[in-house]
Ligand binder design. Structure first.
Ligand SMILES: [Zn+2]
Length: 431
């Protein structure tokens, strides 16, 4: 089942990872440094990363948050999976073979040209044409979570600007602009839910992620980006102090007042940000070159109206770390943490090992995802420092001291609050 948690629990002595104190000089963004240092990702080359087990679990959690919100909500998407390898002809049809600067092009057998897709209009529109013929086939909402490529001139900032990346892309097909407009607003609401679950919408009283007015390109007056404020961000946004809407730099130079309905304020705050998602009204831009039409109720043939909606999963993961960290390491939000509990066996006496193992098995029985630090060659200090760096929401320590008080020590990573509690209270607390 696609919504299930990932239940494979883990002994830290077997975990494929290595923490480091040093990071490469080019790693400037805090998310880049921490994800490398804590062993979540590994850089193969500039702009291409492996996700190690800890990082992979976070990506899968994010994927499931997005998938649930794409299916079980007014978005009502159907999931598909399209190829990354695509034929040149389709890109010629839309004019993007020559105009899309960052398109990865390659040669196959017999000198045939291909592109590694950076986006999927060139695949999904001809695909939809095979099924859509009448207004009865509309509206239609399709999405995928898939790997994309961009031939970036400057890949940097770890997962924030890569040449290969995982993306959720949703495409909606409509009979009218009005139907697209309504759906666009629904997706926009659901995007906020996703970013909230991923812990980047707000933190305490501060707002971090903003729906940001952006240029619509040649096909629509405006589109929207979802921008998360961080000093490592490469984008600049202007946040309206009156209504909290934001405008990107490109748009700001064309307008002086806030474009939100009934606002019109001219008081803005400038912030650096990273784009974690975007939504576009494409209109007929891609239905026309592929001749995607539907027959209306009165028998007329009309072009299908299209919208597209993206979220970059690696970017989102990086943004989560940018927003949620302290000087000790990462602070994962519960919903997307690699594990819920980090169980630390602080010493190696038979008594401590036995007690820790029992808790491990008990948590497993109760379907609680747990990373068990069973290593015997690490000091207590090393284990606790590493637990803070990795950033799992709840740290449970079993030691001679806690056992002497017939208790375990529970630390919440986000508040730093430590309590001695009884083991049976732990399950109640976590459930
Ligand atoms: Zn405003």
């Amino acid at each position: 089942m696609v919504f299930k948690k990932i239940y494979n629990n883990m002994l830290q002595s077997k975990l494929f990872y290595k923490t480091t104190k040093e990071t490469p000089r080019e790693a400037e963004a805090i998310s880049h440094k921490l994800l490398l240092r804590a062993g979540f990702i590994d850089q193969l080359m500039a702009g291409a990363y492996s996700f190690l087990p800890l990082g992979h679990r976070v990506i899968k959690k994010i994927e499931n948050i997005i998938r649930r919100n794409m299916i079980l909500s007014p978005v009502s998407g159907q999931e598909i999976l399209m190829p990354a390898l695509t034929p040149k002809e389709n890109w010629l049809k839309t004019g993007r073979w020559n105009n899309f600067e960052a398109l990865f092009k390659l040669k196959g057998q017999g000198d045939k040209d291909y592109a590694l897709a950076a986006t999927h209009e060139e695949v999904i529109v001809p695909l939809a044409k095979k099924i859509i013929s009448s207004y009865k086939d509309l509206p239609l909402y399709l999405f995928q979570i898939q790997t994309k490529f961009r031939n970036e001139a400057r890949a940097k900032s770890g997962l924030m600007r890569t040449r290969e990346f995982i993306m959720k892309d949703l495409y909606s097909f409509h009979v009218s602009q009005e139907d697209l407009d309504n759906y666009y607003d629904k997706v926009s609401e659901v995007y906020f839910k996703i970013f909230k679950e991923c812990g980047i919408l707000t933190k305490g009283k501060n707002r971090f992620t903003f729906k940001t007015w952006a240029s619509g390109g040649s096909f629509s007056k405006y589109s929207h980006e979802y921008q998360t404020i961080t000093e490592s961000g490469e984008d600049i946004i202007y946040i309206c102090k009156k209504c909290g809407a934001a405008i990107n730099k490109e748009i700001k130079s064309q307008m002086t007042a806030c474009p939100e309905e009934k606002c019109g304020s001219t008081d803005f705050e400038e912030k650096k940000a990273v784009e974690v998602g975007n939504i576009f009204k494409l209109g007929t831009k891609y239905s026309l070159p592929f001749d995607l039409k539907f027959r209306s109720k009165d028998g007329k043939e009309n072009p299908v109206i299209i919208g597209c909606y993206g979220i970059g999963l690696g970017r989102l993961m990086a943004a989560m770390v940018e927003v949620n960290n302290d000087d000790k390491g990462i602070i994962w939000p519960k919903e997307a943490a690699p594990f819920l509990v980090h169980l630390v066996q602080l010493e190696n006496s038979g008594k401590v090992k036995k007690a820790a193992k029992e808790i491990y098995q008990n948590l497993q029985k109760n379907n609680i995802e747990v990373l068990y630090d069973d290593r015997e060659d690490k000091s207590a200090g090393e284990k606790l420092t590493e637990a803070d760096l990795i950033g799992i929401p709840y740290r449970v320590v079993v030691s001679e001291r806690t056992l002497s008080k017939k208790s375990i020590e529970l630390k919440k990573r986000d508040s730093g609050k430590i309590n001695l509690i009884k083991e049976n209270q732990l399950l109640k607390f976590l459930n």
